[in-house]
Write a protein that binds this ligand. Structure first.
Ligand SMILES: [Zn+2]
Length: 289
C-alpha cells in the first residue's frame, strides 16, 4: 500500500509532465475508480475535458490537480493504484482504468490511472482547486512546512488513546501509515499502546521527529529509484526491504538489543516492536481490586 513518501514521489513525478497541459479527452474504462463522483463516468469525463492543469498538490495520501476553472481532479491510490505518464501509443496496461489525453505537455503524453484492486479512485471536486472540501478534515502531514508541531504535541497529550492509534489518526496528522508508525515508535523506544496523555511533551516531540526522519529517508530512496516517466507506486520499491528496524521483521533480532521483534494484531493489520526496547505500558489497576 503506497504510503505518504511514495505518494509524494508520484506527485513530483506527475507534476513535471502535466502542469500547464490541457485535458483534451477522458476515457473511463472501468466505472469503479470514479464511483465516488456523483456525475458518473460520463459526467466525470465531461467536467474535466478542456480544463488546464495548474498544479499537482497533496495532502496526506490524497493528490489533487487544481484546474483553471477553480475545480480539481482529486485522487487516491488506495492499495494498488498507480498514476503513469505515458506516450499515447504505449500499450494499455493490464489494469488501466482511466486515461487522460493531454495537450501541451511535453511530447503530448497521456496520464493513466492504473489500479488492480480498485480501492483507490478519482473524482471531480467542484471548487476544490485550493483544497478539495472532501479532504478538508484531513490534517497536514509532518512533511508539510505548515505542520504545527506544538499543536500536535498538545493534542496527543490530551488524549488517552494509544500513541500508535493517534499517529494513524488522519484528523491529527496525516500520511503516517502503519510502516512509518512502527519505525518511528521503534526509534523513539515507545510501545504503540502507551497512552498519549501519559507521554511527556519531549517524548511526543521526539517521536514526531523520528516519524519525519523515517518519511524523509523513504522519500529520498523512493525518489532515486523511480523513473520520471514511469511512476510506479505498487509498494514494492526497494526501500521496503532496506533500512526497516521493526516493520515486517517478526522473529528477527532487534537492531539495538538483539531481542526478537514481536508482531501483534492491530486494527486489522500488524504492529511490530521490540518487547525490550519498547515495553508495553503497565495496566492501570482495575477499580474492583
Ligand atoms: Zn530492542
Amino acid at each position: 500500500m503506497p504510503e505518504l513518501p511514495e505518494v509524494e514521489v508520484v506527485r513530483a513525478g506527475i507534476e513535471r509532465h502535466v502542469v500547464g497541459a490541457t485535458i483534451t479527452r477522458v476515457d473511463v474504462l472501468h466505472p469503479r475508480p470514479v464511483r465516488r463522483d456523483p456525475r458518473g463516468p460520463a459526467g466525470f469525463a465531461a467536467a474535466l475535458t478542456g480544463r488546464r492543469v495548474d498544479a499537482v498538490r497533496r495532502r496526506g495520501k490524497y493528490l489533487w490537480l487544481p484546474l483553471d476553472s477553480g475545480d480539481a481532479l482529486l485522487g487516491h491510490l488506495g492499495m494498488s493504484g498507480q498514476i503513469l505518464v505515458q506516450p499515447p501509443d504505449a500499450p494499455a496496461e493490464r489494469h488501466l482504468r482511466v486515461r487522460f489525453a493531454l495537450d501541451g505537455s511535453d511530447e503530448g503524453r497521456e496520464m493513466r490511472f492504473v489500479d488492480q484492486r480498485m480501492f483507490g479512485g478519482l473524482s471531480f471536486s467542484g471548487g476544490g482547486a485550493e483544497l478539495p472540501p472532501e479532504i478538508a478534515h484531513i490534517a497536514r502531514d509532518p512533511l508539510d512546512p505548515e505542520f504545527d508541531d506544538d499543536l500536535f504535541v498538545r493534542r496527543v497529550r490530551k488524549r488517552a488513546s494509544g500513541i500508535k492509534r493517534q499517529l494513524l489518526d488522519q484528523g491529527l496528522v496525516s500520511g503516517v501509515g502503519n510502516i512509518y508508525a512502527d519505525e518511528a515508535l521503534w526509534r523513539a523506544r515507545l510501545h504503540g499502546e502507551r497512552p498519549g496523555e501519559r507521554l511527556t511533551a519531549a517524548q511526543v516531540r521526539e517521536l514526531l521527529g523520528h516519524a519525519r526522519d523515517v518519511m524523509v529517508a523513504a522519500l529520498g530512496e523512493g525518489g532515486t529509484s523511480f523513473d520520471a516517466l514511469y511512476v510506479n507506486v505498487n509498494g514494492e520499491s526497494g526501500y521496503f526491504d532496506r533500512s526497516l528496524h521493526a516493520y515486517g521483521r517478526e522473529g528477527e533480532p532487534c537492531d539495538r538489543c538483539g531481542t526478537p521483534v514481536r508482531r501483534v494484531a492491530f486494527m486489522n493489520r500488524s504492529s511490530y516492536f521490540c518487547p525490550v526496547c519498547q515495553p508495553a505500558p503497565r495496566r492501570r489497576r482495575s477499580a474492583s481490586h
